[in-house]
Ligand binder design. Structure first.
Ligand code: ADP
Ligand code: MG
Length: 717
């Protein structure tokens, strides 16, 4: 029997239990062995029966003097009653509705019972205690599973009790001895952590909570080690590949800086520098540019794009929505075109509904061209930058000489997807371009991703561990603090009056509707209702617009554009407006059902305002009175920056919520330890030390094997 032996091959597990195990995601013996208790019930202290005290939870050990089953007078309940005796006294035990009990427990048997001491008819009694048969003689308590020790309590599902799991897992534990430890010996020694087999045995049946903790830590260490090996190997693998070496043209850089209507912030300079340095290297850049909404990432990306174009390469600029494609197309045109001082690129915007291009030939007035022409001209190398949605560019555009891929607002990609994107092994069009006749084989474009969602440090070392990070930590000068308030239900109308006054001063407002679930349909419905309520009851004389995810791309774009042009005072929206829309005149952000959103998301929403010269406000409406809710929302009000906020969010909500998917395949213990930065850092150090001396894991074949399996098991979201 091996770890990957399917549970189907275990004779004692019938089809019904198999199905239940599958519900818990348990398919193999390995899954069972790694089904880790989430807590332990301490039944390790044996209480003399004489000392059993009312309302205590006790474990007693003794002999069954008598046992009988009956039915209560109402005939509804099976009742089993037994008398247990030890050297000090005797006590009654009572069970309800466990008719089979009297088959298992017999007079004269020695048992351990754990349960609460209650009072029935003037005498103390154990109410539905957990039992374990010791046999007919003295047995040391460490041989027991269900009582008389620290008892593991497992994640359960209907019909699958911890008792059953304990029994099955215990019977499989000897297999653990055949599992070789994939962690190198010197790491075990250096970190002073137990071997895998021992940790597994201990974690299920520990002698002390301390032992259990140590075992859990060891298992978490192993899991984190594997996750980081995946990420770091990916990082190192990319270094073996070839990328266009784009030498920074310093003169051009100076001209570009001089052409800007503002001075770059120190953060913008520093991150730009990091990116340009990366692009000079012979292997592909894989860098994430992190900066708050409004911190000015676009100009940094434009800087990199310009250098790539200057060196003779093309740039793919991918964004998550068509609205953003449109917006970036305009921003890039403004930044890069019609400036006499440097090379004048031609830029195309590609959305499913419209295709535009600016080119120096007609002084950069955007004009409409067909999709086919965008394709043709890009393949011919006549278009320098194509801006479009990710899917659109990947599926339809062939480049002649792609040197840089920029992805905006997409931190949710996992290692695997980033790797695929970076290597473009699966993207036929981008790959053809790279591996085909046009260019020397296997030249891989540089990759710059950008996000406003701050990534907690532990995550950047693990599931984002393949990326290099650049942080924009400051805002452009002169930006005003957004005044944020938590609005209790009683103050709602006052807030509405305030919004009205803002609108009378010429400002605009966003209203974000609560997230109903992940479905566009329900969200759209809720937003429509909110829109109608506001229009009819609250602001009958104001112009209100509505935008939601069920609308077509073109329609959304039209609404956003008209809102930007001030044709409506208030825009009611679902979370589709979360990313990157720039409406400098908007000064109020209202978030309904604020408790339903994560902090990072709220932060993003808030970043929609305060983009112009006006003092801006963010109102969080919530009806929830849960303590964690207000704690969380208050964190938003007090955090100094989004990085600090991300750490808090992780702390409060736990990594599961933060990563946004419980199905990410990240093992539970690793997941839980993602709140512990020092620990994660320690693991990282060890992974680096192994990979530096043995990048292909040739001398660590056990680790290599485990790593390869692990890679197949997980799928970072
Ligand atoms: P984000 O990081 O959210 O993508 P943008 O790149 O859209 O931010 O920039 C937000 C706004 O700030 C834009 O209007 C941009 O022109 C402006 N901006 C960017 N950098 C600076 C700067 N250094 N000084 C002043 N304004 C800037
Ligand atoms: Mg942006």
């Amino acid at each position: 029997m091996r770890l990957d032996t399917p549970i189907e091959q275990l004779e004692r597990i019938g089809p019904i239990y198999r199905a239940r195990l599958h519900k818990l995601g348990i398919k193999t013996i390995g899954n069972l062995l790694f089904h880790i208790p989430h807590r332990y019930q301490d039944y390790s202290q044996i209480t003399p029966i004489r000392d059993a005290t009312l309302n205590d939870i006790v474990t007693v050990q003794g002999k069954i003097l008598s046992i009988e089953a009956s039915r209560t007078w109402k005939k509804h309940l099976h009742l089993t009653e037994a008398i247990i005796q030890d050297e000090t006294s005797a006590i009654k035990a009572v069970w309800f509705n466990q008719p089979y009990l009297s088959q298992n427990l017999k007079e004269e048997m020695y048992v351990l019972l754990s349960g609460k001491v209650t009072l029935t008819k003037d005498s103390l009694c154990l109410s539905s205690p957990v039992y374990e048969i010791l046999g007919d003689g003295e047995i040391t308590k460490n041989d027991t599973l269900h009582t008389g020790r620290l008892v593991p309590i497992y994640p359960e599902t209907a019909g699958l009790s911890s008792r059953w799991l304990r029994y099955v897992i215990h019977s499989l534990l000897p297999i653990a001895d055949n599992i070789p430890d994939y962690l190198p010996d010197e790491i075990l020694r250096r970190q002073d952590i137990p071997e895998l087999a021992r940790a597994l045995k201990t974690v299920h049946f520990p002698h002390s909570l301390n032992d259990a903790e140590r075992a859990k830590k060891r298992l978490a260490f192993g899991e984190l080690f594997l996750i980081q090996t995946v990420a770091l190997k990916e990082k190192y693998r990319l270094r073996q590949e070839h990328a266009p070496q784009i030498t920074t043209d310093v003169e051009l850089a100076k001209k570009f800086v001089a052409s800007l209507p503002y001075a770059l912030t120190d953060s913008q300079r520093a991150t730009t520098w990091e990116i340009l340095q990366d692009m000079e290297k012979p292997y592909p850049m894989n860098r994430l540019l992190e900066g708050d909404v409004g911190s000015g990432k676009t100009v940094v990306a434009a800087f990199a794009a310009m250098q790539a174009i200057n060196a003779g390469y093309q740039v793919a600029f991918m964004v998550p929505t068509e609205i953003l494609a449109e917006q970036h197309f305009r921003a890039l045109t403004a930044l890069l075109c019609n400036k006499k001082t440097f090379a004048q690129p031609s830029i195309a915007a590609l959305t499913s509904s419209s295709h535009k291009k600016t080119s120096r030939k007609i002084s950069y007035a955007p004009f409409v061209i067909s999709k086919e022409r965008v394709g043709k001209e890009t393949l011919a190398g006549d278009i320098d930058i194509v801006v479009g949605t990710h899917a659109l560019i990947q599926e339809t555009v062939k480049f002649k000489n792609l040197g840089l891929i920029i992805i905006d607002e997409q931190h949710r990609f996992g290692v695997e997807q980033r790797a695929a994107l970076a290597r473009q092994k699966d993207g036929p069009t981008l790959r053809e371009n790279r591996g085909g006749s046009v260019r020397p084989a296997k030249i891989i474009p540089h990759l710059l991703s950008m996000t406003a969602t701050p990534i907690p440090r532990t995550l950047s070392l693990t599931i984002f561990g393949d990326l290099d990070l650049s942080l924009i930590k400051q805002f452009p000068k002169g930006r005003k603090q957004i005044i944020s308030k938590l609005i209790p239900p009683a103050d709602r109308y006052e807030a509405y009056r305030f919004i009205e006054s803002q609108i009378h001063e010429g400002r605009q407002a966003f209203v974000i509707c609560p997230l109903i679930d992940e479905s566009d349909k329900l969200d759209a419905k809720a937003a429509t209702k909110e829109f109608e309520k506001l229009q009819k009851e609250i602001f009958p004389h104001l112009k209100i617009a509505l935008i939601h995810g069920k609308m077509k791309g073109k329609e959304k774009e039209k609404i956003m554009q008209s809102f930007k042009e001030k044709e409506a005072d208030i825009l009611v929206a679902t979370s589709v407006v979360e990313v990157g829309i720039d409406v400098p005149n908007a000064s109020v952000m209202i978030i309904e059902g604020a408790d339903r959103f994560g902090l990072a998301q709220l932060y993003q929403f808030r970043g929609r305002v305060g983009r112009g010269e006006h003092q801006s406000y963010c109102f969080l409406f919530t009806d929830s009175s849960a303590k964690t809710t207000s704690q969380r929302l208050k964190a938003l009000l007090t955090a100094k920056n989004s990085f600090e906020l991300a750490e808090k969010d992780l702390e409060i909500r736990g990594p599961g919520d933060f990563i946004g998917s419980r199905q990410s395949g990240i093992p539970d213990l690793a997941m839980a330890s993602l709140t512990d930065f020092e620990f994660v850092k320690e693991v990282r150090k060890e992974v680096e030390s192994v990979l530096t001396s043995d990048p292909e894991l040739k001398n660590n074949h056990l680790l290599r094997e485990r790593y390869e399996n692990f890679r197949r098991e997980i799928h970072f979201e």
